[in-house]
Write a protein that binds this ligand. Sequence first.
Ligand code: KG4
Ligand code: ZN
Length: 356
Amino acid sequence: MKVLGIETSCDECTAAIVEDGKLILSNVVATQIPFHAAYNGVVPEIASRMHTEWINRVVGEAIAKAEIEVSDIDAVAATAHPGLLGSLLVGLSFAKAFSWARNIPFIAVDHMLAHLYAPRLACKNGEAPEIAYPFLGLLVSGGHSIICRADDFDKITVLGATIDDAVGEAFDKVSKHYGFGYPGGAVIDNLAKIGNSDAYNFSLPNLHKGDHRYDLSYSGLKTAVINQLDKFYVGSSGAGGGKSRGNNACEYNPADIAASFQKTAVEILLRSLFRAVEDTGLKRIVAGGGVAANSYLRETLAKRQDLNCVFPPLELCGDNGAMVAGLAYQYLARGEQSSLRATASARVKSFKRLYP
Ligand code: KG4
Ligand code: ZN
């Protein structure tokens, strides 16, 4: 069964064809990053407008690259939540219209469940790993940071989540403040490779009791790293681009800042994750989302030989249509499909929480 998957929840306009929930026949990702870079963040109005302009071409390219005809597509799926409402609506409306016009099933999927599905996909001629349930999910992106227990492709229990900023958001904001570049995650990851991660000692949030045992917090770290910039510019006035803060600046190495921040950001994640491992006894961990591309996170988890850590390939960590098509197949295989009345929602679907 060939499923067309469409994902437009943020700033990637992407469509893919996936066969039987596993084999990626094509995965076209048209990124809008250059159009948002000038603003150091995603501008929702620009994002939805560009999706509207691009979606038809992106879907056409996905069909062409898969070397199939439109009539070969058995079902169509799109992300319905969470994300930017205007952006979500473009992909969702396109998918619903496609379903109606072709008279094929339509599936609306959740973005976070799709990220968690990504490691099960195989590129052409590749092998798709079998990942048995249950496992612990580490969902880390620009909008969300979730530690969960997964019992099925659509059954997760949130053990912990960020109580303020998402981890990817912290990477992006630190990068913006220091003028490192946009989006911040990949830039800081690269810069950190030549930096000393012990140069600065940023402390971990004080979240370790009761209901907050697995929760995460990034606003304290983000503020500490940003305030550190002011310490380099003694007597400077106000926030703003680091390089324009007057002449009384002391020298600092941006790579050291990047490495020290990244080390603490990953420590925050792993502290909660390892608590969940200890408490649940689950030794299998599946990561997903843009921050799952982080090399320090991947290397640090790989060192834990007692754990089985599964990461998506780098090209499937960020937003992509393949994870949407793959996940949709699982609903179809269970005989389910969505109504054409399904609509978009900016918020994360209310997953069951361990602590209500
Ligand atoms: O999943 P994603 O593409 O979009 C959302 O659903 O939010 O994640 C984007 C986030 C951004 O915050 C970006 O800075 C971050 O993932 N990111 C990274 C890396 N690559 C992307 N964060 C840390 N290290 C990376 N290598
Ligand atoms: Zn995402």
